[in-house]
Design a protein around this ligand. Structure first.
Ligand SMILES: *[C@@H]1O[C@H](CO)[C@@H](O)[C@H](O)[C@H]1NC(C)=O
Ligand SMILES: *[C@@H]1O[C@H](CO)[C@@H](O)[C@H](O)[C@H]1NC(C)=O
Ligand SMILES: *[C@@H]1O[C@H](CO)[C@@H](O)[C@H](O)[C@H]1NC(C)=O
Ligand SMILES: *[C@@H]1O[C@H](CO)[C@@H](O)[C@H](O)[C@H]1NC(C)=O
Ligand SMILES: *[C@@H]1O[C@H](CO)[C@@H](O)[C@H](O)[C@H]1NC(C)=O
Ligand SMILES: *[C@@H]1O[C@H](CO)[C@@H](O)[C@H](O)[C@H]1NC(C)=O
Ligand SMILES: *[C@@H]1O[C@H](CO)[C@@H](O)[C@H](O)[C@H]1NC(C)=O
Ligand SMILES: *[C@@H]1O[C@H](CO)[C@@H](O)[C@H](O)[C@H]1NC(C)=O
Length: 506
């Protein structure tokens, strides 16, 4: 833990962190709606909420390492939120609620934005990321930065999920030896353990859906461009998305409502804004949201479990719950060329090319930075190889990306064309032909399909394996399907209520 984090924790303790326990309201596992209600009724203040999360961080972060930095100004922000509330002006659903941001999302404050790497420590960003600005405008309190797989798992293909040079190894709080997945590992682990009320993650391919599933929380990977990527350390503008990771579907939807929309610094938000429904997404938190929804099941390869296994049985039960509550299951479907989509060859070529360009563009926009190009980042890692554990994990993905020669490369063009064709002939054709509202898949098995299409998905807790490690169910669809995915995910969650707090099994 950094000295700054330690300091603020010690200070917060001496300020009487435990006072909050003397109140009638316990923030543990409270939803955004419950927190708003308590704030409104003055059974708790934002300052006390912040004290609660800091006490959780003090108690748990040394074990699970979900948080890299705590905002030194967090008490000032909380006091401001409290005084605005007292003034009686109308408030947004996130006003005064502490939120944790993945460490690749820029905030123009005392927090660093480093994607977990020492190479970006000391870099100075020009402005808040688009989503951070929207959160501040909504009155949310930026609590700190979440640990992640370094460079969103785009440096080394052999480093463990959830590892970064700055953050160390994030652990799964359910089964400490289990894979916590990534790359938004700290975001998922921190809300699972009540070290933050709500959080943001980012996904290029699986980075929201997977850690959400493995840590028994809810993640929304939005349609590409629905949320701005400006000020976010990139992998690929063609695939990157920013989305909420929270304990419930409703919480995630409150966050989604706050972060969607136009941002002059990200042109993809222009086209995608046509998908945003008037009145926002809260209206789709509909307990009967399963009625009449057509849900597709692609057994192979997504449900290739041994027949009769615990996980197979769990999903059969979920299918029953879905159909008993009004959904129409369309079973035994196939996605054309799914094995080609999943082998990721075209995606890999495209991402490598795009990362080199997008990273340099991000770095060149910084006011100050130890590195300005991918080549600089590679050189930094060699210079500080112990700190960045280069002998152990290397930087093969970086080296591969550095080797690319730009978007004019015929191999790059062919990869793009191939992905477009795979998407059109695959999931788009399937969902159109069968008039589907969503696909149902386990854990993070579907993420490549969503990644190359710019499609949305929502992961909801779906159970715990025999060893206690969580798994998730993902509802996914085509661009702009968020309203119906929210209806389906919310109704499923209300009928099942599977999430339980972490058990810290060793
Ligand atoms: C940001 O990084 C600097 C080191 O460059 C460190 O001194 C500072 O404490 C960090 N900020 C926070 C909020 O942890
Ligand atoms: C889902 O993820 C968990 C990790 O916590 C893993 O143990 C389990 O095998 C996965 N299940 C499926 C169906 O992929
Ligand atoms: C950070 O953010 C983007 C979202 O724009 C995400 O898709 C990507 O994986 C992350 N990149 C890095 C390098 O951390
Ligand atoms: C967005 O598009 C406009 C018009 O093509 C262009 O002038 C502008 O530079 C673009 N902005 C960004 C942030 O890419
Ligand atoms: C499971 O059983 C069904 C019906 O008996 C069969 O069609 C299917 O191939 C089996 N699946 C696996 C993964 O063994
Ligand atoms: C790494 O070290 C070399 C040799 O001292 C130096 O020229 C280079 O600028 C350093 N690179 C970075 C990114 O620190
Ligand atoms: C980079 O390209 C060179 C020349 O084509 C090749 O020898 C090397 O293996 C490549 N490195 C990586 C990491 O792809
Ligand atoms: C995928 O499958 C369809 C139907 O089987 C086929 O026509 C198409 O050429 C395949 N390949 C791609 C890249 O779409």
């Amino acid at each position: 833990m950094s000295p700054a984090l330690l300091l603020i924790l010690v200070v917060s303790c001496s300020l009487g962190v435990n006072n909050v326990r003397g109140y009638n309201f316990s923030p543990a596992d409270a939803t955004v709606a419950e927190l708003q209600q308590a704030l409104k009724q003055n059974t708790i203040t934002s300052r006390q909420l912040v004290e609660y999360y800091l006490s959780q961080i003090l108690e748990l972060n040394s074990r699970v390492r979900g948080i890299i930095e705590v905002n030194p100004d967090v008490f000032t922000l909380a006091d401001q939120a409290d005084s605005v509330r007292k003034s009686g002006v109308p408030l947004s659903g996130l006003h005064g609620i502490p939120i944790l941001l993945k460490d690749n999302i820029s905030t123009k404050d005392k927090l660093n934005t480093t994607a977990g790497s020492f190479a970006l420590l000391g870099s100075v960003i020009p402005r808040d990321a688009g989503v951070a600005a929207k959160l501040r405008a909504a009155g949310a309190i930026i609590l700190g930065k979440a640990a992640l797989s370094e460079w969103a798992y785009y440096r080394s293909s052999t480093a463990p999920n959830g590892w970064s040079g700055r953050g160390g190894q994030v652990l799964n709080p359910y089964v400490m030896s289990a894979d916590p997945c990534g790359s938004s590992t700290g975001s998922a682990v921190s809300v699972a353990t009540n070290m933050a009320a709500i959080s943001l993650g980012t996904e290029t391919d699986g980075s929201i859906i997977c850690p959400s599933a493995y840590n028994s929380v809810v993640g929304i990977k939005p349609t590409l461009g629905l949320t701005s990527r400006a000020g976010v350390v990139p992998i690929s503008p063609r695939q990157d998305t920013v989305g909420p990771i929270c304990r419930t579907v409703s919480d995630a939807v409150y966050v989604l409502d706050a972060i969607v929309g136009y941002d002059p610094y990200d042109n993809a938000t222009v086209a995608a804004s046509k998908f945003i429904p008037p009145g926002g997404y809260i209206q789709f938190l509909n307990p009967s949201g399963l009625k009449g929804k057509r849900l597709g099941i692609v057994r192979s390869p997504f449900f290739d479990f041994p027949n009769g296994s615990f996980i197979a049985q769990s999903f059969e039960k979920h299918f029953q719950i879905l159909s008993q509550n009004g959904a129409i299951l369309v079973d035994n479907l196939q996605i054309a060329n799914i094995s080609v989509i999943q082998n990721g060859v075209s995606e890999g070529i495209a991402l490598a090319t795009e990362f080199k360009i997008a990273l340099s563009s991000y770095l060149s926009g910084l006011i100050a930075s130890p590195i300005r190009t991918l080549a600089n980042a590679i050189s930094f890692n060699l210079n500080y190889s112990t700190l960045e554990m280069i002998p152990q994990y290397g930087q093969d993905v970086f080296l591969q990306a550095e080797n690319t020669t730009g978007t004019g490369d015929p191999a790059y063009q062919a990869a793009l064309a191939n992905m477009q064709s795979l998407t059109a002939n695959g999931v788009v054709k399937l969902m159109t032909e069968y008039n589907l509202d969503a696909l149902i898949t386990p854990n993070a098995t579907v993420t490549s399909v969503l990644a190359i299409g710019g499609f949305p998905g929502i992961s909801v807790p779906a159970g715990y394996g025999l060893d206690g490690s969580p798994f998730g169910i993902c509802f996914s669809g085509l661009q702009g399907y968020e309203p119906r995915l929210i209806e389906i995910a919310y109704a499923f969650e209300q009928y099942t209520k599977i999430r339980k707090p972490p058990s810290y099994l060793v």
